[in-house]
Design a protein around this ligand. Structure first.
Ligand SMILES: [Zn+2]
Length: 396
């Protein structure tokens, strides 16, 4: 077999796409992990299944697949098998991989089953080589809804498996545009307004909450300006409008009312705040709360603010592994590796929190979560080469 024909990887990827692993229904979580575990064992790797107990009683299996080559250092590759299925959008079968020239299409080909297939393929070849790194492939669940039973669970409950002295981590769940050396903090929140609703013919009896909240929202928008004044020391990706990562704020949900002749009894506002990698989200939450409360006072309304958030992270770009990684990217992709902080939140933040040096890169692809999701054969080929270059011992 030609060394880089990818025959194994493409066949494996097609089988992985076959499983509908929708993060909402979680219907095939056990089936896909059984399948991957069996495949990994047949390749001679050690497999551990780590299950998180969820309140809804649905199984949440995660896999650790270890290729132990007696090396001192472990490369942890973090991937996930869940996908986001918006069924209405699909005209074709989402769980059928198809090829259009150099492109593979189908739900999960890029996000993130391509990464699983390519990692398994690279490990399969590395088995026969001298390695300077062992590999621990993490195949986790629920990434698309925050990883609470996936990577977060693994980092918090099984952190011992990732000794920071011996491990470095590559989160393979993003773009090959740049090497992620950090990610932004994420805050999600709501403001609930309660009122007494009633018939629209009698507004003198029922003060209209909508009329009160709208001017408040108009002023709340100003927080976007205030937040954007927070500027990171870390570079943003070069496609971003600013050189450094900046704070962001968006009103994302506005909900009220059911019928045109009824004055609503409540109003819900949802929002999203992105913090800098070096900021503590608690502090940002407090800042926002003060800002919003002051405005509520001004507009004479009372709302209940609730927020949850996770801190971002960043790594030292001069760290030995970051340099090594950038060198391999340059060699394989034949371009200077851009080091930048991801604008969203990545799974890297959970691993980084337990002290493991973490970068994110690959496998690439476009239009994740949509019927246009695709990845090119070339991206897969290069990402596989990257893993092999990173792990094998140079010929001596
Ligand atoms: Zn993903």
């Amino acid at each position: 077999m030609k060394k880089d024909s990818l025959r194994y990887e493409l066949s494996l990827l097609s089988k992985l796409v076959d499983f509908n692993t929708d993060v909402q229904t979680k219907s095939n979580y056990v089936a896909i992990t059984d399948f991957i575990a069996k495949e990994a064992r047949s390749l001679g790797f050690e497999v551990e299944v780590l299950r998180s107990n969820a309140k809804d009683k649905k199984p949440r299996p995660n896999l650790l697949i270890t290729m132990d080559r007696g090396a001192k250092e472990n490369l942890v590759i973090a991937t996930h098998f869940d996908v986001v299925l918006s069924r209405e959008a699909w005209k074709r079968k989402p769980n059928k991989m198809r090829r259009e020239g150099n492109k593979l299409m189908g739900l999960g080909v890029a996000d993130d089953k391509g990464a699983i297939a390519i990692s398994m393929g690279a490990m399969r070849e590395l088995k026969e080589m001298d390695c300077k790194k062992n590999i621990i492939l993490v195949v986790s669940c629920d990434e698309e809804i925050g990883g609470g039973h996936g990577i977060k669970f693994l980092a918090e409950k099984h952190g011992k498996k990732f000794n920071p002295e011996k491990c470095v981590c590559l989160v393979m769940d993003s773009t090959s545009h740049h090497v992620g050396i950090g990610c932004s903090g994420v805050i999600r929140g709501r403001i609930n307004f309660k009122s007494i609703g009633g018939h629209a013919a009698y507004p003198f009896r029922h003060p209209n909450i909508v009329h009160k909240v709208l001017p408040f929202l108009e002023s709340l928008k100003e927080y976007e300006k205030k937040r954007s004044k927070a500027v990171s020391i870390i570079n943003a990706p070069s496609f971003a409008p600013h050189k450094k990562v900046w704070g962001r704020f968006n009103i994302t949900i506005v909900r009220s009312g059911m019928k045109s002749n009824i004055i609503p009894s409540g109003f819900v506002v949802g929002f999203d705040i992105r913090a800098l990698p070096e900021e503590r989200v608690k502090k940002v939450m407090n800042e926002f709360r003060r800002f919003a409360k002051k405005l509520m006072k001004k507009h004479k309304i009372k709302g209940r603010i609730t927020m949850t958030g996770t801190n971002g992270y960043f790594v030292n770009k001069d760290h030995e592994f970051v340099k090594e990684f950038a060198g391999v990217v340059k060699k394989v992709f034949r371009k200077k590796a851009e080091l930048a902080c991801d604008l969203g939140g990545t799974d890297g933040r959970f691993i980084a929190r337990i002290g493991v040096l973490t970068v994110s890169f690959g496998p690439g692809g476009e239009h994740a979560h949509s019927p246009e999701e695709s990845i090119t054969i070339n991206e897969l080929k290069k990402t596989k080469k990257l893993l092999i270059e990173l792990s094998k011992k140079e010929n001596n």
